[in-house]
Design a protein around this ligand. Sequence first.
Ligand SMILES: [Zn+2]
Length: 144
Amino acid sequence: MELERPLPHPITPEARPYWEGLREHRLMLPGCLDCGRSFFYPRIVCPYCHSRQIVWTQASGRGRLHAFEIAYQPMGRAFTVKPPYVLAMIELEEGPRMMSNLINVEPDPRAIRCDMPVEVVFERLTDEITLPLFQPARAAGGGR
Ligand SMILES: [Zn+2]
């Protein structure tokens, strides 16, 4: 199978629960036992209070589109997702923001708006690597 994206090489032990969760279709987020905040990306020290008491919890997978850009050019030779595609900064329900792609939506500024509710979709690349992408949230429980 031809991969459309460069493959991440997760070698840092502090990110292992993140990648393991994705393989099981769970979006795991690191959080801090001391101040109670979750954060992203995974780190061994809390970015808010410098505690090392890091715990992992499963995120709901829901969030909002914080910002987006529609890309009409490929990002690089290893990234062959057919343009146009949507680069998205997602603000998760739990607070942290993560960079991803918005899929299953027309890559058209008239179809996409900031703050729209989104939900995670798991895209399996290999046995090791599954990526969290996002799509517009389905109507149930959402409300527009
Ligand atoms: Zn903290």
